[in-house]
Design a protein around this ligand. Sequence first.
Ligand code: SF4
Ligand code: SF4
Length: 287
Amino acid sequence: MVPNPIRAGLLRLRRWHEVVPLPSEIVIEPTTRCDLECPTCLHRALPSARKGRAMSFDDFKRILEGIPTLEQVVMSGLGEPLQNREVHRMCTEAHLRGLRTKLVTNGMKVSEENAYDILFSFDFIEISFNAATIPAIDILLAEQPSLGTEGRLTVSVLGTPENLRVFPAIQSTLARKGIRCRITPLENWWSEGDPSYQQVREMMLQIGQGSVKKRFGGCRWPFTSAFISCDGEVTPCTSRMDPRRITFGNALETPFWAIWDSEPYRSFRRDHLRGICNRICQGCPLE
Ligand code: SF4
Ligand code: SF4
């Protein structure tokens, strides 16, 4: 067996559209536990076998060991990362390996008691906007006022028919705190053929949000990053985090390089390079 660091080097020498270097960033799902039940989230539709799962510290470490090219690890998924008690230990492990860490959180678990630990563990924080977001932002800013201007703290808003009209107000409230805010239209989280697609599409058209944005290749994700669920399933991105929709293999059962180098992953990349829009990429909201 060729050791991973040597293999990573060999991969860099090959033609990039057939096999690309192992990723510099990975998104890991620490848990599928969540303290919210957002009506727009696939978390509600998780099969019972995947609900309440959490990645162990040892599995997290194995994944990092299997991807020697990593520079950044992002904690995000179909659950709230701070619900995994090992998350700070995982960040320490990542920092010891020289990696940057990023948290995507709903902010519900941010408190004056843990603000310092969160800022110590995570180099970057993105808060998904909900009712708890403003208090969570204020707590973090009280601990470190320059978070927004340094670009360490951002906010994302899922645009729904209910909140799109108030988005400018949300944006200006956050701008006064020095926080950048971005919106992702709800419609784009569905693909044509999914059960709720037509209903959501009609809602967005009613409020003048135009039609679904189709992707015809050119996406960076299959070439530079990947999503790994708390039970090890590798999917191409955070737009498609449910392994029932797509998985290239399990990183806790198969070496990551073998999954990254597999024919299904190569074929997926070839489609992107040729401008062929596969079904799971239709309507994708990510850049
Ligand atoms: S907080 Fe995030 S993971 Fe939890 S239900 Fe809402 S969108 Fe899903
Ligand atoms: S679903 Fe979107 S982010 Fe994911 S690989 Fe396809 S185009 Fe890229």
